[in-house]
Design a protein around this ligand. Structure first.
Ligand code: GAR
Length: 209
């Protein structure tokens, strides 16, 4: 099974969705490590309680360069094949992304390429969108910009606030992320599409173990 390291900054509900999906016998990935930029992130407590190795690093204390340097070392030590960003609220340095080309996935709470960055739900409401959603994409050095692997559309209700919409999109995220990650690591996610993208973008697909 492919070994996945999850990086988070907060609550960790998407990490939990990945973790519980990985408990199924037929899941093609397992969670090898959970880490992030904030040692006190609540998501780390849950991972620990579930018996998953947790690495606590503070980006604030270490500084950006040392943080990403140590993180890279530890992810390699843990034998990670892939990195799944799950509410990791820090932009990755280009050289870090370069060391993990096509091995980093992210979940973003909008229908990319719409609404990159923060406040995605408010942006969707302000634009009067009838449909919002979430996307899983491959991470490239540009923020929220890499090839999209999978998306789920979520209807916007007339009375939605950013909070109520976010809560409903989150349910869709929890369904989408494990499925997209499983599809990617097992090469079962629309292979023709991935091959086409790989050709277009000159991407090299990682080997799975
Ligand atoms: C999720 O909605 C995720 O899509 C979003 O943060 C939330 C984290 O929640 N990520 C981003 O906005 C990344 N730019 P969680 O910690 O409960 O998974």
């Amino acid at each position: 099974r492919a070994k996945v390291a999850v990086l988070l900054s907060g609550r960790g509900s998407n990490m939990a969705a990945l973790l519980y999906a990985a408990k199924a016998a037929d899941c093609p990935f397992r969670i090898a490590l959970v880490s992030g930029d904030k040692p006190q992130a609540p998501g780390l407590l849950l991972a620990e309680a579930e018996g998953v190795p947790v690495l606590r690093l503070s980006a604030k204390e270490l500084g950006r360069e040392a943080f990403f340097g140590q993180l890279d070392d530890k992810l390699r030590e843990a034998g990670a094949d892939y990195i799944a960003l799950a509410g990791f609220m820090r932009i990755l340095p280009a050289d870090f992304v370069g060391k993990w080309t096509n091995r980093i996935l992210n979940i973003h709470p909008s229908l990319l390429p719409k609404y990159k960055g923060l406040d995605t739900h408010q942006k969707a409401l302000d634009a009067g969108d009838r449909v919002a959603g979430c996307s899983v994409h491959i991470v490239t050095p540009e923020l929220d910009d890499g090839p999209i692997l999978a998306q789920t559309e979520v209807a916007v209700l007339p009375d939605d606030s950013a909070e109520t919409l976010a809560a409903r999109v989150l349910i869709a995220e929890h369904q989408l992320y494990p499925r997209a990650l499983a599809g990617y690591v097992s090469r079962e996610l629309d292979p023709s599409w991935i091959e086409q993208k790989v050709g277009e973008l000159a991407l090299e697909l990682p080997e799975t173990r």
